[in-house]
Ligand binder design. Structure first.
Ligand code: G6P
Length: 614
């Protein structure tokens, strides 16, 4: 999983490639590289570390040339070193290739090439592909432009797995060949210049006209035109105009994007329900579902697929839909659903939840659900993403770009969308107008509650400073607050590297309690609800074993105040809306702990914002 940018045109390629790569850093940031045709041959620069390291190397020794390919990497095969960074060269040293994806049969191919005398300098699967394409090209008679395109096609027939690639050859200046199978690739159409990239956002400052390549397509990209071929032959393409929302790289007054995005939530939550409340009907309107109310009423079950934070939002959604609409909801890790044989009720409506809309596991699961004949809707933030395009309809989050790798504002937007959906489905079944009204009012009050809650950030910072030395933490909650506990634990792991586990509070006694000691804080989500007393018992169990307790509790809760070692106070709202408020101190807690530990908050080690490989 990685990001690709290529350029062919009259301008210097290096600054364009570096700039556009910067907008793809969310796809990986452990190493980066570029290859430019400098008039004499292929010149390569590659560096482990952030794109800034590559930029420094390029500033120290610029590469001059008008066509080039580049890459930002998230390591799959081979450690993130200079050598393993892309581009990779073929045996002749004249062909360079960058790759997004995984080649599953690379060992077999490597053995075959090694026998034929090929030598490899990296541990990557990508270098094998460069050699395969190079070998095929060298065997061609004319070694012309068409031969390079054919060589790519032939090499791809031999590889199994997902890929998006860009290739250039020293003897063919002014040509970049791109191909897509599973990993997204778009052509940016300029005036006398053309681009290739993993997403449209990378090209936002350069063009708003794009062609989204489909699977199995190959493009030959020149400065003044491009040709796209599918396995059936040459193909007429549709150039789309996209909205050029250049992602804001401005953190405002905040030191990190993560904090900025946490503080944006009063606004992003409002954007998620804006225009979607139907006060007259005491219901909600979700036109993007592309389903009439009668059609929607026909569904007997719902299935939510997603990964990481998105799945946690789906788990809150399950609770909301089952409570309000009495429709059974299954949630599953997208990666598990994709390969499972579990039977699914025929009247099931699927939801694929993904901030980026590019997560490979979620996309794979969506395709699998559709293949099995189910209608699959998307809940995405990125409107031009693959999941948004391939789903049968859905609901956009309108949360604006989320740049911090740890998802924050997208989570609360997703939960708001599930609330809207649960109200809509509830009103189609037995939810009363009065009960629905109370929920809608609570939604409308959310931005104000969030404002008030965020003012407590400094209190959370002080608690974080006190517990930052812990090497392990437990997060507990029940019912809709169980996924909040999971999300709290995930945030903690992601940005602090502190071991954290989320559990349903009652599971404590079934093993987890063995971890409790004076150095292992337990974060208990215990706002007033139907299981408040049960949570108090769990709190006592931890306390009895000397474990520090940090509780998320309603403002002024004296009982918890008297028992817990620290309290994250939250305003009281409707019980079903409360999880959206309860997650905020947990986001802040992980953020402030990460700062106290001097972590790279916005780009934690080993992670990527969007995981585009399985
Ligand atoms: C990655 C990120 C997580 C995110 C997950 C799903 O693993 O590191 O923070 O929750 O992908 O991302 P999506 O874009 O599909 O919501």
């Amino acid at each position: 999983m990685c990001g690709i940018v290529a350029y062919v045109g009259p301008r210097d390629a290096q600054p364009i490639l570096l700039d556009a790569l910067g907008r793809l850093e969310y796809r990986g940031y452990d190493s980066a590289g570029l290859a430019i045709l400098n008039g004499k041959g292929v010149e390569v620069r590659k560096k482990s570390g952030r794109i800034e390291e590559l930029a420094k190397a390029c500033r120290a020794k610029p590469v001059e040339g008008k066509s080039g390919i580049s890459h930002t990497r998230w390591a799959t095969h081979g450690a993130p070193t200079d050598t393993n960074a892309h581009p990779h060269l073929d045996a002749s040293g004249k062909l360079a290739l960058v790759h997004n994806g995984v080649i599953e049969n690379y060992l077999e191919l490597k053995q075959h090439l090694t026998k034929a005398g090929h030598k490899f300098s990296s541990d990557t699967d990508t270098e094998i592909l460069a050699h395969l394409v190079g070998e095929s090209f060298e065997h061609s008679k004319e070694k012309g432009e068409k031969c390079l395109i054919d060589a790519v096609r032939k090499a791809l027939q031999k590889v199994q797995g997902t890929l998006g690639i860009a290739v250039l050859h020293a003897d063919l200046p002014g040509l970049v060949v791109g191909a897509r199978r599973g990993s997204p690739l778009v052509i940016g159409v300029g005036n006398g210049e053309n681009f290739l990239a993993s997403d449209t956002q990378a090209l936002a400052p350069y063009t708003d006209r794009v062609v989204i390549l489909q699977d199995q397509e190959i493009v030959a990209l020149y400065a003044d035109h491009f040709d796209v071929a599918s396995p059936l032959g040459q193909k007429a393409v549709h150039v789309e105009k996209i909205e050029n929302g250049v992602a804001s790289s401005d953190k405002g007054s905040h030191p990190h994007f993560m904090l900025k995005e946490i503080f944006e939530q009063p606004e992003t939550v409002r954007n998620a329900f804006r225009g979607r409340l139907d006060l007259e009907e005491s219901s909600t309107k979700l036109g993007g579902l592309n389903l009439s109310l009668d059609q929607l009423r026909e569904y007997e079950r719902i299935f939510v697929i997603g990964c990481g934070t998105a799945l946690h939002a789906g788990m809150v959604g399950k609770y909301l839909i089952e409570t309000l609409a009495k429709i059974p909801v299954d949630t599953q890790h997208a990666s598990e659903f994709r390969y499972s044989d579990s039977p699914v009720h025929p009247k099931t409506l699927f939801f694929a939840v993904s901030q980026s809309g590019e997560t490979a596991d979620t996309l794979g699961a969506l395709r699998e659900a559709k293949r099995r004949g189910f209608r699959c809707l998307g809940i995405c933030n990125n409107v031009s993403s693959t999941i948004a395009r391939e789903s049968d309809g859905g609901v956009y989050m309108h949360a604006g770009p989320e740049i911090g790798v740890a998802a924050t504002k997208s989570f609360t937007s997703q939960v708001v969308i599930f609330t809207l959906l649960a109200i809509l489905l509830g009103r189609l079944h037995s939810l009363s107008a009065a009960d629905s009204r109370r929920l809608i009012e609570a939604l409308q009050q959310l931005p104000d509650h969030l404002h008030a809650l965020l003012k407590r950030s400094d209190e959370v910072r002080k608690i974080a400073a006190k517990f930052a030395s812990a090497r392990s933490m437990l997060f507990l909650g029940r019912l809709a607050n169980f996924p909040i506990a999971l999300e709290g634990a995930l945030k903690m792991k992601e940005v602090t590297y502190v071991h954290a586990e989320g559990y349903p509070a009652a599971e404590l006694k079934h093993g987890v309690i063995a971890l409790v000691d004076k150095d292992t804080p337990t974060v208990l989500v215990a706002t007033h609800d139907g299981v408040y007393d049960k949570n108090l018992s769990n709190l006592q169990e931890v306390k009895a074993r000397g474990g520090p307790i940090l509780a998320v509790a309603h403002e002024g809760d004296q009982k918890i105040g008297g028992l817990a070692d620290a309290v994250f106070s939250v305003p009281k709202t409707h019980e079903l809306i409360q999880p959206i408020l309860n997650v905020i101190p947990l986001q802040l807690f992980s953020y402030h702990t990460a700062v106290a530990l001097n972590r790279d908050v916005d780009k934690p080690r080993n992670l990527a914002k969007s995981v585009t490989v399985e």
